[in-house]
Structure formats: structure tokens, C-alpha cells
Write a protein that binds this ligand. Structure first.
Ligand code: IPE
Ligand code: IPE
Ligand code: MG
Length: 237
């Protein structure tokens, strides 16, 4: 199937999975897999910007990933910092807008400041928006949104009867971002793992056995081509 780059989905989301197995196959520590995965992310994000994608959302660290050994968690947080520092340097040139979905309060203060800075710089640009899901969980996001709405009701600013799907969406991390059209999961796992539960109600899913560090432009083309061959009905006929 041939990919048509003139008719891209507006929003692609990727569960960047398989870093650990990629490293294991090479006899390397899992952290080496995360470093390789971070490189793949840079390559794929740059390519998505080049072909004119509007929104790219990537799952980098879930609310459940804290269960991993401290060394691994620290390495992932270190990679995020490295990426942010590099991005701040390059944003002027790349014009990629960077946003975060997730509870960033759990991050070290200096890292949180970097996310605020990249967010600020991003408001100046109009390029592709990349949403990095970090300490993100779909259920956690929904609970937070419900809590925020309930607090506004308790404060008399909102009434429960006002709540609609549209209004509720505005309380999520993804407020203002269109729902993903295509969700890609590499590494052979066929599950959601708490990713964009609300937003992907009608997303098309694409799975591949390729591990994230090996994910390429050609793989992305295959995923988009598969998406283009689907018939989206949204409950209609
Ligand atoms: C994805 O790769 C990265 C994170 C979840 C942080 P994994 O580390 O889950 O890789 P596998 O699934 O163990 O191969
Ligand atoms: C999902 O991958 C989270 C990220 C890729 C960041 P996991 O490796 O954590 O998911 P499970 O444990 O296989 O469901
Ligand atoms: Mg995994």
C-alpha cells in the first residue's frame, strides 16, 4: 500500500515501547535502549515536522513506570533533561512547539522550570505541536479533570448540569488539541497501557513488532498507509 503524504492524519500518537528489549537483544543495559529510543524520537519528530504533520503526541513515561528500578527511572529523567536543553537551543530554528501532558510536579524543580521555558518559547511558533506525555496516565488525567470541575462547582463557578463532553475535554491535559487520528504502538504489544483513554475513543490503532529504537521513516509510512486504507465511520454507516 502506497502512502499519500498529501493527506496526512492531523494527529499521530505513538507509544514509544520496546527500548528495554532492544537493549537486551544487544547485551546492553536497558538505559542504553532508552538513549537509543530518545534518538529515534528526535528523528521521527523532525521527519513529521518536515512532512507537515500538525500534532504528534508521544508516550515517554507513564504514571506506572515509577515501579521500575530507580536507576532506570533516573536515566529516563536524565534523557528528558538532555532533550529539553537541546530543544531550547534549537527551537528558534525548528519552530516545533513543545508541550507536556502529565503531572510534572513529580519532577525535580530545575526540570520543571525547563518545561515551563519550552512551553513559553513554544507560544511564539506555529509549527507542529509535539506533546510529550511524561508521568502521564489516562486514568489519572480523567480523575484530575473531574476533580478540577468539581472544585469549580463547589466554588460556585460551574454547575454540574453544564458538563458536556466538550466542556470536560477542556479540563484534560490535551485541552484544545484535536483527538489523535492514529495511535501507533511498536514492540509487538497489543494494549493501550493507560494512554490517551479519553482522546482515542475513535482513533485508529496500528501495531508493529518493530522495537521503538528501530522505528524508521519507512515504518511511519507503513502506519500512515494502513491508516489511509481504513474506513472511519464514527458509529455511522
Ligand atoms: C518504553 O520502553 C519506554 C518506557 C516505558 C519508559 P520499555 O522500557 O518499556 O521497553 P520494553 O517494553 O521493556 O522492551
Ligand atoms: C507504555 O509502555 C508506556 C510508555 C511507552 C512510556 P510500558 O512498557 O510501560 O507498558 P506495559 O507495561 O508493557 O503495559
Ligand atoms: Mg515496555
Amino acid at each position: 500500500m502506497q502512502v499519500d503524504l498529501d493527506h496526512l492524519p492531523r494527529h499521530i500518537a505513538i507509544i514509544m515501547d520496546g527500548n528495554g528489549r532492544w537493549a537486551k537483544r544487544r547485551g546492553l543495559p536497558r538505559t542504553a535502549g532508552h538513549a537509543a529510543g530518545a534518538e529515534t524520537f528526535r528523528t521521527i519528530a523532525t521527519y513529521c515536522q518536515k512532512i507537515g504533520l500538525e500534532y504528534l503526541t508521544v508516550y515517554a513515561f507513564s504514571t506506572e513506570n515509577w515501579k521500575r528500578p530507580l536507576e532506570e527511572v533516573s536515566a529516563i529523567i536524565g534523557l528528558l533533561k538532555k532533550y529539553l536543553l537541546e530543544s531550547i537551543e534549537k527551537m528558534e530554528k525548528d519552530k516545533i512547539r513543545l508541550h507536556f501532558f502529565g503531572d510534572l510536579d513529580a519532577l525535580p524543580p530545575e526540570l520543571r522550570e525547563l518545561t515551563v521555558r519550552t512551553d513559553d518559547i513554544s507560544t511564539r511558533y506555529e509549527g507542529m505541536q509535539v506533546n510529550v506525555c511524561f508521568n502521564y496516565g489516562g486514568r489519572d488525567e480523567i480523575v484530575r479533570a473531574a476533580r478540577a470541575f468539581a472544585e469549580e462547582c463547589a466554588a460556585g463557578k460551574r454547575r454540574p448540569e453544564e458538563l458536556s463532553e466538550e466542556l470536560f475535554s477542556g479540563y484534560l491535559y490535551s485541552a484544545g488539541v484535536p483527538d489523535p487520528d492514529l495511535v501507533i504502538r511498536p514492540s509487538g504489544e497489543i494494549r493501550i497501557s493507560n494512554f490517551l483513554l479519553w482522546q482515542s475513543a475513535y482513533a485508529e490503532y496500528y501495531y508493529t513488532d518493530v522495537l521503538w529504537p528501530d522505528f524508521s521513516k519507512e515504518e511511519l509510512h507503513r502506519a500512515i498507509a494502513a491508516y489511509q486504507g481504513r474506513s472511519r465511520r464514527f458509529g455511522g454507516v
